[in-house]
Design a binder for this molecule. Structure first.
Ligand code: FAD
Length: 410
């Protein structure tokens, strides 16, 4: 089935990332042929598993191993793939999309799946050679080239991405300093107890961690030479990786007159302010939330596929769960815990063996979990949070994990 099939509804997906690939898969499973699908991607390659870029940087997998689907898979589903070419304009009235090479495609339905871009700090020196971000295959190739043995690298940002970049670089032999503004690592996912253990584990990988430290500027003539901190110190550097956050790619939608806040605003049918035009993944903003993880993008892709195939189901938001991909450092967090003052807490900590578990319970249900060290029960806790299942029957044993709790409840 191609875009030209008169029996199929022309559907254009902008972006060839993880959300787009999953949407095509979900649509193909439901009603192959109902839509004539065209996917437009700016990156010059087939869709790949972006989550695994950290493992590519750490040398644990190769770029060729992270492709989501081979070219034949797309062909078999009749998808018209245009990659290496950005979409530059969308006309929601004439229903035409324009590409960077001047070509135009007509559509009846359109889905924005344009993801996010890394934020650079508004400080002097960000333009210098040797200052990198960490978002796509191109970034990993340039960072890896700079990460020669004994290179001095400063990573700015102690969230998931910054930690994974620091680990990959340290593993390649670079001398890494990680600079973080906040008083603990991964502050959006971890509570203070787990973050202390994480810092210790990261330092044991040979990474120098500076908390509560603000970057003033990057110094150099053409290339980066040092990172200047607000307290006056300067750290000599051959390269800098900036991992301080992401910003949804919304410009194309904004240019089309579609409602945009932080992301492209969508309702529970993942529909934008223009009928028949949708948004999913990191570029979308649903009920005021822009997600920065892949699982919500996949849930949105499934709901949108159902909707496009005529089912009246809605999306009501996702429970977030995070795993850090640093070899030997097991960290898991899920649900709501940092702002939830109403919840009761159960904490089990054994600093001697490096394990920490904190569970939050509200109204007889598990609402949040933070695990460090032993994360094997993470998926079980996540299922309990998602299901909103009552936990009274095994509450006393909940913190000891699934095997123990279920045996006692039986
Ligand atoms: C190093 C790294 C590690 C990560 N680790 C995790 C993790 O452990 N767990 C987790 O849940 N998430 C992780 N993430 C986040 C996860 O990768 C994203 O949530 C996911 O990729 C979002 O999918 P998406 O399709 O919305 O965006 P993307 O996968 O970014 O895809 C968007 C695509 O749209 C393209 N595009 C943008 N504008 C245009 C245009 N105008 N025309 C054509 N194409 C366009 C972009 O080039 C891009 O290829 C990680 C991300 C990175 C970078």
């Amino acid at each position: 089935m191609s875009c030209d099939d008169p029996m199929s509804e022309p559907l254009v997906i902008v972006g060839n990332g993880m959300a787009a690939a999953r949407l095509v898969d979900e649509l193909a499973q439901r009603s192959l042929g109902r839509h004539a699908i065209a996917v437009i991607g700016e990156e010059p390659r087939l869709a790949y598993n972006r989550v695994l870029l950290s493992s590519v940087l750490a040398g644990e997998v190769k770029t060729s191993d992270i492709e989501l689907k081979p070219a034949q898979w797309w062909r078999d589903r009749g998808v018209t793939l245009r990659y290496g070419c950005a979409a530059t304009a969308v006309d929601p009235v004439t229903r035409v999309i324009t590409l960077a090479d001047g070509k135009q495609l007509a559509f009846r339905k359109l889905v924005f799946a344009t993801g996010s871009q890394p934020i650079k700090l508004p400080i002097p020196g960000m333009h210098l050679d040797g200052v990198f971000t960490f978002r796509d295959v191109g970034d990993v190739e340039t960072i890896a080239a700079a990460a020669r043995t004994e290179a001095r690298v400063v990573v700015i940002g102690g969230g998931l991405l910054g930690l994974e970049a620091a680990y990959g670089l340290a593993k390649a032999g670079a001398a890494v300093t990680l600079v973080h503004l906040m008083d603990r690592l991964m502050e959006r996912q971890l509570d203070a107890g787990a973050a202390v253990m994480l810092k210790r584990a990261i330092e044991a990988k040979g990474i120098h961690v500076l908390l509560e430290t603000e970057t003033a500027s990057v110094i150099g003539t053409d290339r980066v030479e040092a990172v200047k901190l607000c307290d006056g110190r300067a750290i000599a550097a051959d390269a800098v990786v900036v991992a301080v956050g992401i910003r949804p790619n919304v410009e194309l939608a904004r240019g089309a007159g579609i409602k945009v806040a932080r992301g492209i605003v969508v309702n529970d049918h993942l529909e934008t302010s223009v009928s028949g035009i949708h948004a999913i993944g990191e570029c979308a903003e649903h009920r005021g939330v822009c997600y920065g993880l892949v699982e919500p993008a996949y849930e949105q892709a499934r709901v949108l596929a159902e909707h496009l195939c005529g089912k009246n189901i809605g999306y009501s938001g996702s429970v977030l769960a995070t795993n850090l991909k640093v070899s030997g450092v097991h960290v898991f967090s899920a649900g709501d815990f940092i702002d939830n003052v109403a919840a009761e807490q159960i904490t089990l900590a054994d600093p001697g063996v490096g394990t920490y578990k904190r569970l939050l319970i509200a109204h007889g249900r598990l609402v949040g979990a933070v695990l460090f060290g032993d994360t094997a029960d993470g998926p079980w806790y996540l299922d309990l949070i998602r299901a909103g299942a009552p936990i009274e029957a095994f509450r006393n044993d909940l913190v000891f994990g699934r095997t123990f709790a279920e045996r006692r409840a039986a």
